[in-house]
Design a protein around this ligand. Structure first.
Ligand code: THU
Length: 159
């Protein structure tokens, strides 16, 4: 028998320690969160994506009475970015969650399906996507999508 361990490195910052473009990205994620359509969970997620061409694309979660038909904020933002700018790499992604009349203290990690989509985008453009999870004070940063999805499935298995 052999046993293995996978480590996911991340760093926590205070908001003030971030670069200006990252502060701006969080601001846009927050603005997007309050426009989410989340009548069933009341968990309003906002996402902002910074592209290599300097443009920012935002998205928020879109729920549905048929629950699985809804989509997370991250995928709304990434899919929109990739559909509008198909040849432009995604550099950074920020999220923030608004619930019960305030932004959450705790940074919220992306769900498994969003991690898979983030990884696909990272592999597609061959540039790491910096993932910035914004709590009210604490900002958690993961340097690339791959670290968030160890032992992942990707297109290499399809050959
Ligand atoms: N949600 C997101 O938008 N992003 C995440 O990373 C986690 C969950 C949404 C899905 C659903 O609309 C609500 O939050 C509660 O799960």
């Amino acid at each position: 028998m052999k046993s293995y361990k996978v480590i996911t490195p991340y760093i926590e910052y205070n908001f003030e320690e971030l670069s200006d473009d990252e502060k701006q990205l969080i601001k846009e994620a927050k603005e997007s969160a309050v426009n989410a359509y989340a009548p069933y969970s009341q968990f309003l997620v906002g996402c902002a994506v910074l592209l290599e061409n300097g443009k920012t694309v935002t998205g928020n979660n879109q729920e549905n009475a048929a629950y699985p038909s809804g989509l997370c904020a991250e995928r709304v933002a990434i899919f929109y970015a990739n559909s509008k700018y198909p040849n432009v790499p995604v550099l950074k992604l920020a999220t923030a969650v608004f619930s019960k009349s305030e932004f959450l203290d705790e940074p919220i990690p992306p769900c498994g399906s969003c991690r898979q989509v983030l990884l696909e985008t990272e592999l597609r453009f061959k540039i790491p996507i910096k993932i910035i999870l914004a709590g009210k004070e604490k900002i958690r940063v993961i340097e690339n999508a791959k670290s968030l999805l160890p032992l992942n499935f990707d297109n290499e298995y399809l050959t």
